[in-house]
Design a protein around this ligand. Structure first.
Ligand code: GDP
Ligand code: MG
Length: 597
């Protein structure tokens, strides 16, 4: 295909605004797939694909389009991971595009991810095509959605906003014509040394790691000896081609093309999003800008719910192959047995992994309280001990001081919400570093502990701003903090998997909330059981889990004395027997810790 007739684009949208449906519709209208194939939201059946193993289908797809001008075009749709935890990866896949369709659901209007992804697209210099979706819906509010899109950016005030139904296909032809007319053809030079941007990858049991690339400069052919520049990893290109949406092998990929490269590499750590692929014979002098490894920020324990450790192990290992940011290693808990300590980009990432284990592997996991990485300086030592697990947090008497990681948090909010947003940031121990006005938006820069933003901060921000405020974070250094380990005893026995680390000043509030929740979630026994939260050896909160039955000594006033005595005898026997059984804790108990804020 002539370079001038190639278009590389992404769709940016809030979740559920119709990205997959539109991608499907584009494939159907360009005859990349048949109408029958398009029926079943073809791009969304990862699970099916994994079950069959061999064919690799991608959400990143090449379509051939014959435009109204009679010319043929190559339309590469580049899919982006849809979540805020992955904003770095979103940025990389957008960097592989020259334009983006900004898709907004007419029944919902502009939402947080619309704004956040729009900003990333703008930073990458992408041409934007604003599109309103779901116009077929009775709940569509087109005037309101139009006004919201225009408010997003001065550049959008005068833009033509297309109106479509991705579901029925109405208006999608106009989108196809706009892609050709508005989005520029790729630049770059065919004869320059190869620079291919790796914007995504996938692990396949048969082929190893398949890198998704956009050729920025040069050309890549089958059997070329190539090099990944981030870690100097050499590889031989055994196969390359494009997705339609299955793999279609080709002899070469050339400047402007988007496609896949079978690297033959088996180690998932070898390929990173943002890496640059070049040729060993004629290497590029400089890698493409901005390679950054994704780093786990939040850690939590995963334990098999029904005790099936080997199933969980197999599933976790498979998930990690396709998600470089997800880490795991085995750990043991007295309360829960063998499990894994897992590392995530944030709480949303944790939830996504949990859902994938549920949906794709039919596995329910018990999840323990999340925490960040702490640097614990023991008395008389100068090197910190790195703690990612509250179970391993040393005894307070041996600790000199503790440091925790901080981030720079950039919050963009409409000016009228400034006070609420600042209040929220301060509640989360934010220190204001900078404040900037941009039209009727304010950009606030805070320094905050990661522990404060990693859990629920984003949801709270979204909720107080009705979806309009956005959050961008970048890591800062560790700083000393006043932290304590909170241990939880149930019936005088410590439950290690319920322990967590918190700021000392928050401990009273958190533990009060926790024991209240535990009162109703710890499975009852025939007798009352105290639940205690313990900090540095002292119980700072306590409730009693009520007994399963009324106490014979108090209840049943009408019963005869001998009947009461018999009941009491039975109860005390049950109590002795029950004390021998360990308490089996349901996920609700752990949710009590997970949901604290
Ligand atoms: P994504 O999360 O952005 O990929 O959204 P999906 O494409 O999965 O769509 C989310 C939901 O909206 C699905 O139930 C779709 O069937 C529905 N949907 C998508 N486009 C339209 C549309 O044009 N009209 C209507 N009524 N529903 C749509
Ligand atoms: Mg989707």
């Amino acid at each position: 295909m002539k370079q001038a007739n190639i278009r590389n684009f992404s769709i940016i949208a809030h979740i559920d605004h119709g990205k997959s449906t539109l991608a499907d519709q584009i494939m159907a209208q360009t005859h990349t797939i048949t109408p029958r194939e398009s029926k079943a939201q073809l791009l969304d059946d990862m699970a099916v694909e994994q079950a069959h193993g061999i064919t690799v289908k991608s959400r990143t797809v090449r379509n051939y389009y014959t435009a109204d001008d009679g010319q043929h075009y190559e339309y590469n749709f580049i899919d982006t991971p849809g979540h805020v935890d992955f904003s770095y990866e979103v940025a990389k896949s957008l960097a592989a595009s020259d334009g983006a369709i900004l898709l907004v659901d007419a029944t919902q209007g502009v939402q947080a991810q619309t704004v956040a992804n729009f900003r990333i697209a703008k930073q990458n210099g992408l041409v934007i095509i604003p599109v309103i979706n779901k116009i077929d819906s009775a709940a569509a509010d087109i005037p309101r959605t139009t006004a919201q899109i225009k408010q997003l950016d001065p550049a959008l005030e005068k833009a033509t906003i297309l109106k479509i139904s991705a579901k029925t296909g109405e208006g999608v032809h106009d989108v196809l014509e706009a892609i050709k007319a508005v989005i520029p053809a790729p630049d770059g030079h065919k004869t320059a040394p190869l620079k291919a941007l790796v914007f995504d990858y996938q692990y396949n049991a048969y082929k190893g790691i398949i890198a998704y690339v956009r050729i920025i400069d040069g050309q890549l052919k089958r059997d070329d000896a190539a090099l990944l520049m981030a870690k100097n990893t050499k590889l031989s290109v055994s196969e390359l081609g494009h997705f339609a949406p299955n793999m279609v092998p080709e002899a070469s990929l050339t400047v402007g093309d988007v496609g896949y490269v079978v690297t033959g590499l088996k180690d998932p750590q070898a390929v990173r999003v943002g890496d640059t692929l070049t040729l060993i014979n004629q290497p590029a002098k400089l890698a493409l800008a901005g390679y950054q490894p994704a780093k786990a920020m939040v850690f939590a324990g995963f334990y098999p719910k029904d005790g099936n450790y080997s199933d969980l192990k197999a599933a976790i290992e498979k998930l990690a192959l396709n998600d470089a940011a997800f880490q795991f290693k085995p750990e043991n808990s007295e309360a829960l047995g063998a499990g894994f300590r897992c590392g995530f980009l944030g709480m949303l990432h944790l939830q996504i992994i949990r859902e994938r284990l549920q949906k794709e592997y039919d596995l329910d996991v018990l999840t323990t309280a999340p925490n960040v990485t702490y640097q614990v300086y023991l008395k008389g030592t100068s090197e910190p001990m790195i703690v990612t697990n509250p179970i391993k947090y040393p005894d307070f008497a041996t600790i000199d001081h503790v440091a925790e990681p901080f981030v720079k948090a950039e919050i963009t909010t409409p000016s009228e919400l400034l006070n609420d947003v600042m209040k929220l940031a301060e509640q989360h121990k934010g220190t204001l570093l900078d404040m900037n006005n941009q039209a009727d938006l304010v950009v606030l820069t805070y320094k905050m502990p990661i522990s404060e933003i990693a859990y629920d901060f984003f949801n709270q921000l979204k909720s107080i701003s009705h979806g309009y405020a956005t959050l961008d974070t970048s890591p800062l250094d560790y700083e000393v903090a006043d932290l304590v380990k909170i241990e939880v005893d149930i019936n005088y026995a410590p439950v290690d998997a319920l322990a967590f680390v918190a700021h000392r000043q928050d401990a009273p509030r958190l533990t009060q909330a926790l024991v209240k929740k535990l009162k109703y979630t710890v499975p009852r026994k025939l007798y009352a059981m105290p639940v205690q939260a313990i900090v540095e050896g002292k119980a700072i909160a306590r409730v009693d889990v009520p007994p399963l039955r009324k106490n014979a000594a108090v209840a049943g006033g009408k019963k005869s004395v001998s009947k009461k005595q018999a009941l009491l005898r039975r109860q005390s026997m049950n109590k002795r027997q029950a004390a021998k059984n360990t308490i089996v804790l349901p996920q609700e108990v752990f949710n009590a810790v997970l949901e604290l804020d």
